[in-house]
Design a protein around this ligand. Structure first.
Ligand SMILES: Cc1cc2nc3c(=O)[nH]c(=O)nc-3n(C[C@H](O)[C@H](O)[C@H](O)COP(=O)(O)OP(=O)(O)OC[C@H]3O[C@@H](n4cnc5c(N)ncnc54)[C@H](O)[C@@H]3O)c2cc1C
Length: 421
């Protein structure tokens, strides 16, 4: 089988690329191992809602048009939104086709799948950033009878074994799961490392509204001071609920969650926590304050100060006098661990020398310069801070497609010159 461009993955980024390819009349196919929006269908927990408001559920040529722009979609609604989009743009999706290899064949590509091989001039990898939950090496020390889950396979508290739960990681996923499990009646211990504290609403506006209007999310990857760090920042402690609640360590403590420091080791049936909790929490408070000050300055400059609610400052994170430095799995009744410690993108199907020693793709804003015609989309801060958000897919897809179209045109010229020469 042959086409001009193979796009791998039919999530929001693959579909957005398809939109721009079609706009340029570039022949392509989208190979998808499941169905459109598969990650939202099968790798999210039952109660999850988007943490971005409905007004930010927008893709090129497709915007949320319901009557609740400030609400937060359930997973079923997200899948419906993407299904509608795929239909609207007549995306050429081949469902149930898993890509198993991407190889170079001269200046072109051969894409191996479980349903045959595709030859193409260019390939766009849009397989998501959250393919493999990152589980720290300390997991090896866990007692055999402790059940381990990740946010990709956690569904609801009822599916965890009876007893206490250790949630490791206090970013969006860890904080949300810790809260849900604690409210279900289990004792949760939350191991807290670096985290990003933000309020759900500030001065009467949603946090994501502030992030967008101040231009924070549009900052380009080549303008970011420390791009490596930016690409590894933890996600913000946000949750999307109809009540628009904030979710931070103070909320969790009020619900009964026990806070501990970063999980440092597991030996002889005991978890050892770092003594850094107080400092880590102070740093998060400080950064939150700086962000709010930045918003306030922007509001004055934009002439909006008077139109917004009053300036707010929040109570510092409360940390008990002597936070636990260890926990005994058996004696403390901890029967399961949730590893909310982030994700890695999987590029194991790429059989080209473009991966670093950690298996991550080397690219410049999504352009794999070492292998012309190969592109990536949907990685953290790929081209902008909003690259992994639904509303960030459009701008990145437009840029990538523009570069790709230029590449295809240059290949066509080369071929024509060869034929003449
Ligand atoms: C828990 C969680 C909550 C999030 N909440 C939000 C939010 O509220 N708002 C927001 O804007 N963003 C959110 N995100 C971030 C981001 O929007 C999602 O991760 C989104 O799914 C990324 O879109 P994507 O198209 O890049 O990748 P994906 O949606 O992961 O799509 C990749 C597609 O590729 C397919 N695929 C993978 N490997 C292969 C293969 N080898 N062959 C064929 N097909 C393959 C997959 O089946 C999948 O359909 C969240 C992420 C997570 C993990």
């Amino acid at each position: 089988m042959r086409t001009s461009v193979v796009v791998i993955g039919a999530g929001q980024t693959g579909l957005a690329v398809s939109y721009f390819l079609s706009e340029r009349d570039i022949e392509h196919v989208i190979l998808e191992r499941g169905s459109v929006g598969q990650s939202w269908r099968s790798e999210r927990w039952d109660s999850l809602r988007l943490l971005t408001p409905n007004s930010q559920s927008r893709l090129p040529g497709h915007v949320y048009d319901g009557n609740d722009p400030d609400g937060f979609m359930t997973m079923t609604e997200v899948v419906g939104f993407l299904d509608d989009y795929a239909r609207r743009i007549a995306a050429p999706v081949r469902s149930g086709v898993t890509v198993t290899s991407v190889r170079r064949r001269g200046s072109a590509y051969q894409v191996g799948t479980d349903d045959g091989t595709w030859d193409a001039d260019a390939v766009v990898i849009a397989t998501g950033a959250c393919n493999t939950p990152r589980i720290p090496a300390v997991a090896e020390g866990l007692p055999d009878d402790v059940v381990q889950v990740t946010p990709a396979d956690y569904r609801n508290p009822d599916l965890l074994p009876e007893g206490g739960v250790l949630v490791v990681g206090a970013s969006a996923s860890g904080a949300q799961i810790a809260s849900e499990v604690q409210r279900s009646g289990r004792q949760v211990t939350l191991a807290v490392g670096e985290h990003v504290r933000v309020p759900r609403t500030y001065r009467g506006r949603d946090l994501m509204w502030w992030m967008e209007v101040t231009g924070r999310l549009d900052e380009r990857y080549d303008d970011v001071d420390d791009i490596v760090r930016a690409r590894h920042l933890p996600s913000t402690q946000l949750v999307g609920t109809p009540e628009r609640v904030s979710l931070d360590l103070n909320t969790l403590t009020a619900e009964g969650v026990r806070l501990a420091g970063r999980l440092a080791a597991v030996t002889n049936g005991r978890a050892q926590f770092s003594g850094s909790l107080r400092n880590v929490a102070k740093l998060a408070d400080l950064k939150e304050r700086r962000l709010l000050e930045f918003f306030d300055e922007w509001a004055v400059e934009a002439g909006l100060d008077g139109a917004l609610g009053p300036v707010e400052r929040y109570e510092p994170t409360r940390i008990e006098d002597e936070p636990p430095l260890s926990a005994d799995f058996a004696a403390d009744g901890i029967r399961s661990v949730v590893w909310a410690t982030g994700y890695l993108a999987d590029h194991s199907f790429v059989d080209i020398d473009v991966l670093d020693r950690k298996g991550q793709l080397k690219h410049d804003g999504g352009v794999v310069t070492a292998s012309p015609g190969l592109y990536r989309i949907g990685l953290p801060v790929l081209r902008r801070r909003k690259s992994t958000f639904i509303h960030g897919a459009g701008d990145d897809a437009r840029d990538i497609t523009e570069h790709l179209a230029g590449y295809l045109a240059s290949v066509a010229v080369d071929e024509a010159e060869c034929a003449v020469g």
